[in-house]
Write a protein of this length. Structure first.
Lengths: 326, 286
């Protein structure tokens, strides 16, 4: 296969790309007792996928991505709490809309900077939202958040089951599939190509006349809307929302998930979220401090030696053992 | 509370911010290294100082010196072994590496000392009130202001009046040019990194009375240290001094008058300032 045809065909679906979704459905039948945990994993995958679009593809380093997750989560929570708007699908859209608007507004001004200033500005934007959520207790519940929210049936058919998370799991899986297809299409479109170009060589993209700023803002907005959907899913599935959705810990956490998996490669979010959350689920409860120490040392090692994460390591192994091309 | 005591209280907090953040500003300016672990060095220093006082019975100043030296030594080892590999690496790698380092530091402290808050026992003569003639104020806060100002003067003299200082300023302004003039930027960086981390350690101990000291310290105050550096301008000692006092006083005032949402105002102000001047108040445009 020539390089040109490989490039022309790289957007096509391969058979193995069905595997994650088969596995997702298989988990539903095989582990009925772990669906609550599975739902959290799916939400994290979606959140990490949204981050991959800005960080992995557009190369924008942000410490404040939880701002959009929190915006989506609080939008759905406040709609349900104050206006009794608890229809799930329109709630997702509302979360995406609010987070996307915040992404658009902040992206338009923030993305004029870079380096430390950009890092600080994303951090400050998130901190601002966090403080606003803390202060506006009448609307947001303040420090305690909004517990005990209830949501209507999905499409009027499937009710949320607080104990077993059966419909939450399938709902999250479906939403993830739709969002994934959107991101996959975007990434392989000419828009995605120019994002990669901006990441790899900013100067050259300016020189060839690409609308760099507009592309970055658009990527930032789409990513914010997707993170908003992830946040909205979080509130709907768990039936509560609190300040933890907006903190530095969530921002850093999702970044760690994405990088452990491998950024800028679509499936990194999946691998990272599953590896990280399964390890956290099994280790963090029993040995929280040792887990933190191990996580810290792993991050140091990953940043020094394995910059492409788990998938990058697998790629390197495959290349080492593959026969050289004839 | 009257105006002067508010100002003094805010300035004392600002001095702590200055002592901790000044090293971060210089190392970031010198290498462009995004060091999110700086607060971790302050925490390690705070623990070294407090524990050496309670367990070994070291006097206050000896403990300060011990914390400074111990953390500076740890910093040199980490810098040579690990940080040096990431100079010129992407911001993302640096962010990830330093976050990992903070996790490891927090876990180490929690495992070896415990998760509870540590309290500093100040020497007798630093407790109580001092009469300034026109006002009575906490002796320790006044001592902090004096110490911070003295440090500011010392650093300013070091930067402006010595050969090493001139080299550092040259390397901050234009690293490649400085290198081609024969300045060993790598060694300069090791030196400033050690000094900056040592000062952070001293700041962690001196500030434990105001900021508290527990394993969550590095993340809780990370945003504050970064804001001080971003507002003051990277590699600018005087800028960091002014920014630290501004933020210390502002935070103090807001905590009195708007106890619930005062910090929001600081974030908003930083946001506006950085949009207006991305290089900070005193930084030079890149």
């Amino acid at each position: 296969m020539s390089a040109a045809s490989a490039l022309a065909q790289r957007h096509r679906f391969r058979a193995w790309e069905l595997l994650p979704w088969i596995a997702g459905v298989a988990v539903f039948f095989a582990f009925p007792n772990y669906l609550a945990f599975g739902t959290q994993v799916l939400i994290t995958i979606l959140f990490a996928l949204s981050l991959d679009l800005v960080l992995g593809y557009a190369g924008i380093v942000t410490l404040g991505h939880a701002a959009f997750f929190g915006a989506g989560a609080y939008t759905v929570g406040m709609l349900a709490m104050h206006w009794g708007w608890n229809e799930p699908l329109s709630g997702l859209l509302a979360g995406a809309l609010v987070a996307g608007l915040i992404g658009l507004g902040s992206g338009l001004v923030l993305l004029r900077t870079h380096g430390l200033a950009l890092l600080m500005l994303t951090l400050c934007t998130m901190a601002l939202l966090e403080q606003a959520a803390n202060m506006g207790a009448a609307w947001t519940g303040g420090f305690d958040g909004m517990p005990g929210l209830s949501f209507g049936k999905i499409l009027g058919l499937f009710g949320f089951d607080v104990l077993y998370f059966r419909s939450q799991y399938l709902y999250a899986l479906t939403v993830l599939l739709v969002c994934f297809l959107l991101v996959r299409t975007l990434v392989y479109s000419s828009f995605g190509q120019s994002l990669t170009g901006i990441r790899e060589n900013l100067l050259r993209m300016h020189a060839v006349g690409a609308p760099v700023r507009a592309r970055q803002v658009l990527a930032y907005t789409v990513s914010a809307a997707l993170a908003g959907i992830a946040g909205a899913l979080f509130t709907q599935a768990n039936g509560y929302v609190n300040l933890a959705v907006l903190g530095l810990e969530r921002s850093a956490g999702v970044m760690i998930v994405l990088i452990l998996g491998g950024y800028g490669r679509l499936y990194g979010a999946f691998v990272g979220a599953i590896v990280y959350m399964v390890l956290e689920h099994t280790l963090a409860k029993a040995y929280p401090t040792a887990w933190q120490l191990g996580l810290g040392l792993t991050l140091v090692a990953v940043s020094l030696f394995a910059r492409n994460g788990v998938i990058g390591l697998l790629d390197a192994l495959r290349r080492r053992f593959a026969k050289p091309a004839p | 509370m009257d105006l002067i005591s508010i100002l003094l209280g805010g300035m004392a907090a600002g001095m702590v911010l200055f002592i901790v953040s000044v090293g971060l500003s210089v190392t970031m300016g010198l290498m462009g290294f995004v060091n999110l672990a700086h607060g971790g060095f302050a925490m390690l220093g705070g623990y070294a100082i407090v524990l050496s006082m309670t367990h070994w019975g070291l006097p206050f100043f000896a403990a300060l010196a011990f914390g400074f030296v111990a953390v500076a030594a740890i910093a040199v080892v980490l810098e040579r072994l690990l940080y040096a590999r990431l100079y010129g690496a992407s911001e993302l790698d640096q962010v990830l590496f330093t976050i990992g380092l903070v996790f490891a530091m927090i876990a180490t402290v929690t495992l070896s000392v415990g998760p509870e808050t540590q309290t500093v026992v100040l020497p007798e003569w630093l407790r109580g009130q001092t009469d300034l003639g026109f006002i009575q104020y906490r002796t320790y806060s006044l001592a902090l202001i004096a110490a911070g100002s003295a440090l500011m003067v010392a650093l300013w003299l070091g930067f402006e009046r010595t050969r090493v200082g001139a080299r550092i300023r040259a390397a901050v302004d234009n690293r490649r040019m400085a290198q081609s003039m024969g300045v060993n930027v790598g060694r300069l960086f090791t030196l400033t990194f050690a000094l900056g981390s040592g000062l952070a350690a001293a700041g962690g101990g001196l500030g434990a009375e105001i900021l508290g000291l527990d394993p969550q310290y590095p993340f809780r105050y990370l945003a504050y240290f970064l804001i001080v550096v971003a507002v003051g301008g990277m590699g600018k000692v005087a800028g960091v001094f002014v920014a630290a006092i501004l933020i210390g006083v502002l935070d103090f005032v807001l905590k009195i008058y708007f106890p619930k949402g005062g910090t929001m105002f600081i974030y908003a102000l930083t946001l506006v300032l950085l949009l207006w001047r991305p290089q900070g108040l005193f930084g030079r445009r890149a």
